[in-house]
Design a protein around this ligand. Sequence first.
Ligand code: JFE
Length: 252
Amino acid sequence: MRVDVVTIFPEVFDQVLSSSMLGIARGKGLLEFCAHDLRDWAIPGVHRQVDDAPYGGGPGMVMRPEPFRAAVRAVSALDAREPVVVLMTPQGVPLTQRLVERLATSERMLLLCGRYEGVDERVRGLADIEVSIGDYVLSGGELPAMVLIDAVARLLPGVLGGEDSTAEESFSWGLLEYPHYTRPASFEGEDVPEVLLSGDHARIRRWRREQAIRRTARSRPDLLLGADLTLDERAIADDERSRATSRDKEGL
Ligand code: JFE
């Protein structure tokens, strides 16, 4: 996959994208990445301006549409593949694993990062999709773009076992992960659950599934609406919810 980013801070990507998994993916040629400076397409003048005051008044600055328009044209033309153009914004659709999986099947992405109070409304027309990484306001689109690249890159075939995870993931789809343990078997009085040392793989599988359901019921009950649970598993989830309710009543 090829990923291009348009930003006024291209240098912040280089460090993150050369480290760890992303660096290895690039080294293997599975991920091509290029960050472009939006100011290369700034309004001509000494200040290389990319922003201006908002029409209608109000605080802060808004990013002008012309540099983004010119950048999308020029960067798109650097490769024959047609990119999926993604605008990072708090007003976008939420980034979910399902959306990450869909984006991972594309050959090319072009990510647009704003700053200041955001972008002129006409920049939205350049994008195929607007994506938010969560309901909090960051100072620009660069961190969201890095989050998106990381989430997509680890799914690319050959990157980090980007294929063989399917069996385990379908087992727990829509649930939080079960608890993991490694050595030592006993740590400051906390022991690894006996079941994991038993060698009884059917029992381990049942225990992990139950733990995943209980965790999800505790921290993310909203996810249970979309999860495929048996009647017995629904009962486990309800049990965990009633424990939460009695904790609440006791003020804990
Ligand atoms: C930009 C900003 C004031 C935004 C209400 C460009 N998930 C997510 N959180 N924050 C962003 C994305 C994000 C993305 C792009 C951005 C924030 N800002 C800052 C300032 C109001 C804003 O929108 C500018």
